[in-house]
Design a protein around this ligand. Structure first.
Ligand SMILES: Cc1ncc(COP(=O)(O)O)c(C=O)c1O
Length: 339
């Protein structure tokens, strides 16, 4: 199938393309990556990842343009982040070029599965420790599997962009302060109970983790304050995930003449800003989504006008246009997938 397909994109993350790329590390060497039909992994019940969370992943998208060509967004950045995650969790990594090649081959083999924009093909490279060794709690795994899973996804915001309702949590950490920078399943597990509790108690979409008043990030996206000519977001440290979308929005903001400020800020400063400024979440899935309401100490605080702020809308539009090939790729963010 070429461009112009009329498939209705399925619910985010629940449907998978029929092929994946995969390779294995054993006896000190990686096997040659291959494209295989999507299938269950042969995993020993004692696999290191299942017991000691030797497991990391990445998440980004391939877009089909109007002319039928397919493009990956910021592949190099995602490869660099994956390598960093692997290093911090003591996992073997076959190298950025190898994984980037696997991504390209896998996407090329499933190019007919890519929905038209605003849908895309979500790309999920995963690296897990497979060695069967439940005695290795304090020892790195010695056998690994790296695979690239693909999932056709629709518009995350089918039915329109809806301003989010966010709980400001000053009590809990999302994860351990030195590991927020790692894209590991264990971090999502660490945050889950607090998110589930907050959802049922406050009917919120997400929790903004601000331990001790330090505004960090939500469970699955970065947090930005935006107003006329000015964007403020936390400076990069190890406590949170260094989002590629965050970096892209800051770069586009700079292009548009916004002053970009990356520094720590407190909940008090954020609340002050939100009286007449905007707040937004950035991420591969969320793109740039406005925050309409903050729930703080039992009170509801409307952010700016409570809707889709002018600046958030403008920056989001700029980013989406580049991703879909409607604006020039002036920062060389896109990698064309051949084949
Ligand atoms: C915890 C967390 N923070 C931030 C992000 C945003 O990262 P990116 O823009 O690279 O998708 C994500 C999404 O993957 C995330 O899960």
């Amino acid at each position: 199938m070429t461009s112009g397909n009329d498939k209705t994109p399925p619910k985010f993350g629940t449907v998978f393309a029929p092929r994946m790329a995969i390779c294995w590390y054993k006896d000190g060497a990686w096997s040659e990556p291959v494209i295989e039909p999507l299938q269950n992994l042969p995993l020993h019940p004692a696999a290191h990842a299942l017991h000691y969370s030797s497991s990391i992943f990445e998440g980004f998208k391939a877009y089909r343009w109007r002319d039928g060509s397919v493009h990956l967004f910021r592949l190099d950045r995602h490869m660099a982040r994956m390598e960093n995650s692997a290093e911090l969790l003591c996992l073997q990594f076959p190298g950025r070029d190898v994984v980037a090649g696997m991504v390209q081959e896998a996407v090329a083999s499933c190019r007919d599965e890519i929905p038209d924009p605003p849908g895309a093909l979500y790309v999920r490279p995963v690296l897990i420790g497979t060695v069967p060794d439940i005695g290795a709690a304090a020892i790195p795994a010695t056998e690994f599997c790296l695979y690239v899973l693909l999932s056709p996804v629709g518009d995350y915001f089918a039915g329109g962009l809806r301003p989010l309702r966010i709980l400001v949590d000053e009590e809990h950490y999302r994860t351990a302060p030195h590991l927020g920078v790692v894209k590991a399943g264990a971090n999502y597990a660490a945050a889950l109970k607090n998110i589930v509790t907050a959802r049922s108690e406050h009917q919120i979409d997400q929790v903004l983790f601000c331990p001790g008043g330090d505004v960090q990030e939500t469970g699955a996206a970065n947090f930005l304050l935006i107003r006329d000519g000015h964007i403020l977001t936390k400076r990069l440290d190890t406590s949170f995930l260094h989002g590629v979308t965050r970096d892209s929005v800051l770069t586009l903001g700079r292009d548009l003449g916004y002053k970009i400020e990356e520094r720590d800020f407190t909940v008090a400063e954020m609340l002050e800003w939100c009286r007449d400024g905007e707040a937004a979440l950035s991420g591969t899935a969320a793109v740039l989504t406005p925050v309409g309401t903050l729930v703080h100490e039992g009170k509801e605080i409307q952010v700016g006008g409570g809707g889709v702020g002018e600046h958030t809308g403008r920056l989001r539009e700029e980013l989406v246009r580049i991703q879909c090939g409607e604006s020039a790729d002036r920062h060389n963010w896109l990698t064309r997938v051949d084949g």
